[in-house]
Design a binder for this molecule. Structure first.
Ligand code: NAP
Length: 676
């Protein structure tokens, strides 16, 4: 039997023998797994010395392009991955969650990064902070890629999605990854990594794989490395407190287990659409991936008076769930990942039964379609009914399988308190059409949650569901859930970057960041910057324009033309009473339009479009008779992959007294070259 390969230090490797891994549904041997013989220090060194520099040579957009190509490549091999995924006990539906979901994270991150990050190697975060009275000393936060390796230790239940949701942000950040999947299902991760390595989509050293145990990996982590863990709370604690991780302040992120809740609102009586939705969602969460989902609903909170009705409705639906061979189309729920895992769930159930009665299912027997019930790790879905809402077991014991406990509550305050007994969860949901109840429960339970879904009539058709983490939303939770935060759009990328506050003069800050900041030198020459393509435009290129007098006729013309006859512009008496103006003032949008008329160079040229304005502030009112002048300065250039790039211009309008009237950034698209 083949030993699952690792990919370290630029080559594939497998020892001669390893621990057996069995097919979750048939009990047949699938592979052997072992990391014996791997030089973990060398693997980390290779990532730091080969993968890191190659990734850091690229811009965020170029890295995002690689991530997109990786997603597209895997998409072409989905069928092969589904086939292998059956062996983990997953049905096709489960596999889509894992494999298509993982590919979706790659593609989602790639497009988000191109929209939200600069086409650069450094993120300049927020505006510069003035630190002195005269504007000669500023502070600016910069984010740069860490120089180490992102070590990603993953759980067995999502062998594709799990690594990909960590890989995408790490790659975009410019940090190489070393993936260590769980031994039980790592053969599927290994195939996915093989596809990426053989497809040559990523720079050498950007992706490494350790199949099997972690050995002495953690002993070799250094200050610039990251350790990102998904798995049980007990392993999370072991890794978090590893002496080397502690001593070197290795950046650590954990996604651990949690007792996630779903609350049925008091308005959702039996027979209402909300009640049906709640029951359907609970059954889905119990049975998808045979309940082996970190976000699955473990605690189903329902108004005490309807607990019996909910139990009946859930029972009715669970009775129709076909448990069996995951490769069969008719199968709704496949097997747990291993016989050991089934024993683990049975043990947890024993603890739960001290505080609950079984409302559906039998932990020892289940009818299995198309497979051997004993050789495969099959288990019946099990619904429990808590005998006492405050007994600790349902709030503390995670049975990582198709198991949920119904718990009755009295009112919003009661359910908020019960939710907190879980000591921190990844996800929760509130199924209700009652806005007051939703607001109270969401705000009351938010401190214990990473993500909360409010499911009402309006959201039902488009809802992505209780259990689906999404690349744009934070995945993670406080306390028991690990205290970590993954994904969440660019937050996940920032986790791999070092934030540094740089204090300097405007001139030095411009040199460091390649962005113009107020106070830095401006370049003024005879050539209007609008006539320069990106190849000739320089940061700091400036045009001064004006003055122009703003007349009452201008204001009245603008009001009549646009229909904006707001009293502050048109009614002297009313405007005089206004605490800010004390008389008629020009429209802010008139001032901005007049400024454009002053700074524009109207000829056909390399400026292709104005696509918006950022940070517009009207600082001083402009009264009839006031003069305005404008200074427009090239602040930032972001080349795109095509023939053009984005240029951000700093616009500052002043009046005749030199007082700032308005400030904003003008956003334009400019051609890279221009020969006409
Ligand atoms: P686990 O036993 O904690 O193992 C998780 C990973 O840690 C595996 O790759 C495992 O490797 C590795 N590991 C174990 N001991 C280690 C050590 N001393 N040093 C380094 N690595 C070590 O968890 P699991 O049984 O695979 O996963 C099930 C649990 O994960 C459930 O409790 C579930 O709630 C949780 N989970 C959480 C999330 C989330 O996003 N929060 C997602 C999925 C699952 P080996 O397999 O080689 O032992």
């Amino acid at each position: 039997m083949a030993v699952v390969r690792s990919y370290v230090a630029g080559r594939w490797y497998a020892p001669d023998a390893g621990a057996p891994v069995y097919d979750a549904a048939t009990g047949d041997l699938v592979a052997e797994v072992s990391s014996a013989g791997i030089d973990f220090a060398a693997a980390l060194g290779y990532g730091r010395q080969v993968g890191g520099p190659a990734l850091r040579a690229l811009t965020f957009h170029e890295r995002a392009e690689l991530v997109k190509e990786a997603g597209q490549l895997l998409r072409k091999h989905r069928d092969e991955l589904y086939e292998l995924s059956y062996r983990t006990g997953a049905t096709l539906f489960d596999s889509k969650f894992d494999i298509d979901g993982g590919i979706g994270v790659l593609l989602g991150y790639a497009s988000k990064a191109k929209r939200e990050l600069p086409n650069d190697r450094v993120v300049v975060e927020g505006p510069a902070e003035p630190l002195g009275r005269e504007g000669g000393f500023l502070g600016q936060h910069l984010l740069t890629p860490r120089l180490g390796v992102a070590v990603q230790v993953n759980a067995f239940n999502f062998p594709v999605w799990g690594p990909l949701e960590k890989l995408a942000p790490a790659l975009i950040a410019g940090v190489p990854s070393l993936i260590k999947p769980a031994s039980q299902t790592g053969y599927l991760t290994a195939r996915m990594v093989e596809l990426l390595i053989d497809g040559h989509v990523l720079p050498e050293g950007a992706l490494q794989l350790v199949s099997g145990g972690a050995g002495d990996l953690l002993d070799h982590l250094t200050e610039q490395d990251l350790l990102s863990f998904t798995g049980s709370a007990s392993t999370a604690n072991r890794l978090r407190s590893h002496p080397n991780v502690v001593a070197r302040s290795v950046r650590f992120n954990a996604e651990a287990d949690s007792l996630n809740m779903s609350v049925l609102g008091p308005d959702a009586a039996p027979g209402t659409p909300a009640f049906e939705r709640y029951v359907r969602q609970l059954v889905t969460e119990m049975t998808v991936k045979a309940g082996q989902k970190c976000t699955a609903i473990r605690r189903a909170f329902v108004p005490a008076g309807v607990a019996g009705a909910v139990a009946d409705a859930v029972r009715e639906q669970l009775a129709t769930v076909v448990v069996g061979n995951p490769a069969d189309k008719a199968t709704r729920m496949g097997a747990l990942a291993s016989l050991d895992q089934r024993e683990e769930v049975r043990r947890s159930l024993k603890a739960l039964e001290d505080a609950a009665t079984i409302a559906f299912g039998d932990a020892e027997h289940v009818e299995v379609a198309g497979a051997d019930a004993e050789r495969g790790a099959f288990l019946s879905p099990i619904l429990l009914l808590a005998t006492d809402a405050r007994r600790p077991e349902p709030h503390e014991v995670e049975a990582f399988g198709p198991v949920s406990t119904l718990i009755g509550y009295r009112d919003a305050a009661d359910v908020i308190e019960l939710a907190g007994l879980g000591k921190g969860s990844l996800a929760g949901s509130v199924v209700t059409d009652d806005q007051d109840f939703a607001a109270e429960v969401v705000l009351g339970t938010a401190p214990w949650h990473g993500r909360l879904l409010v499911l009402d009539d309006d959201a039902a058709a488009e809802s992505t569901g209780h259990g689906s983490p999404l690349p744009m939303l934070v995945h993670g939770g406080p306390g028991r859930a690990g205290g970590g935060e993954e994904m969440g759009g660019m937050r996940g990328v920032y986790h791999h970057l070092q934030r540094t506050a740089v204090q300097a003069s405007p001139r030095m800050l411009k040199a460091v960041t390649d962005r113009w900041v107020k106070g830095a030198p401006r370049n003024v020459d005879d050539v209007h910057p609008f006539t320069k393509p990106l190849s000739r435009l320089r940061i700091g290129d400036t045009v001064h324009a004006g003055p122009r007098t703003v007349t009452l006729a201008d204001i009245e013309h603008f009001a009549a033309f646009t229909g904006d006859t707001f009293y502050a512009h048109m009614d002297s008496e009313a405007a005089a009473k206004n605490p800010f103006f004390g008389g008629r003032v020009a429209h802010g949008y008139l001032i901005v339009s007049l400024a454009a008329g002053l700074f524009v160079q109207p000829d056909y040229g390399p400026v292709l479009a104005n696509y918006g304005i950022d940070n517009l502030r009207f600082v001083t009112p402009v009264k009839p008779g006031d003069e305005i002048s404008v200074t427009l300065t090239c602040k930032q250039v972001s080349p795109r992959s095509g023939d053009y790039g984005e240029v951000r211009w700093d616009a500052e309008l002043v009046n005749g007294d030199g007082k700032v009237v308005a400030t904003y950034d003008v956003l334009t698209m400019v051609a890279k070259e221009w020969n006409e």
